[in-house]
Write a protein that binds this ligand. Structure first.
Ligand code: GLN
Length: 199
């Protein structure tokens, strides 16, 4: 792990301040030198070792990323394999290589060998909490799902870390972590700690 890490939280839309607070609490608890900063423009990404892409609306976030030039900057860092990224909910969608809904005009970052379906849990369960088992966690994790995507397929070196029934809700591939739920809304820092340990 590098000595001092900077983790950028993409601050365009969605649950930004909660991610920032969770990450900074982990730095405090772990007594690790590091900081979480807000990322709003392309040059902010240059100082980041890692990036969190929060939930929100993936179509909107994608549009802002493309228009601001941040999409290209992040894609370049992915190509050079020198950034870690955690994508939660809408962020999970953006990390995928494929989207089931081809009608949606959305430019994916295509970092992970997985296919995603947006808003896939159906109307009556659009938002729910569920206790799930996460690989390498010794006790269950209470996950908050809000109009969550489902990871419908993985291939290559993309590994499934958690499911709800048969549905995949968390994956990891090298420096990338995708979750269809919202760890920043849980009073449980294990996911943010897990991400930090990946660096
Ligand atoms: N349904 C949203 C999307 O596909 C994601 C919802 C969320 O991030 N809470 O972009």
């Amino acid at each position: 792990m590098v000595a001092i890490v900077t983790i950028g939280v993409l601050s365009l839309q969605g649950a930004v301040s909660e991610h920032l607070a969770s990450m900074n609490r982990v730095f405090q608890v772990e007594k690790q030198k590091g900081k979480a900063i807000l990322v709003r423009q392309p040059q902010d990404i240059d100082v980041c070792d890692a990036l969190i892409i929060p939930g929100g609306e993936s179509t909107t976030i994608s549009r802002i990323l493309v228009n601001s030039g941040m999409h290209d900057v992040i894609s370049e860092r992915i190509n050079q394999n020198n950034i870690a990224i955690m994508g939660t909910c809408a962020g999970c969608v953006l990390l995928a290589k494929e989207l089931i809904d081809t009608k949606t005009d959305l430019r994916l970052l295509q970092a992970m060998d997985m296919q995603v379906e947006r808003n896939a849990f159906g109307r009556q369960k659009e938002s729910f909490e569920k206790s799930i088992a996460i690989k390498s966690f010794t006790t269950p994790y209470n996950a908050v799902f809000i109009r969550a995507p489902i990871i419908t397929k993985v291939w290559g070196t993309c590994k499934v870390i958690a499911t709800v029934g048969k549905e995949i809700v968390m994956t990891r591939q090298s420096n990338y972590l995708a979750l269809s739920f919202h760890p920043e809304l849980a009073d449980d820092l294990r996911i943010h700690r897990y991400f930090l340990e990946m660096l």
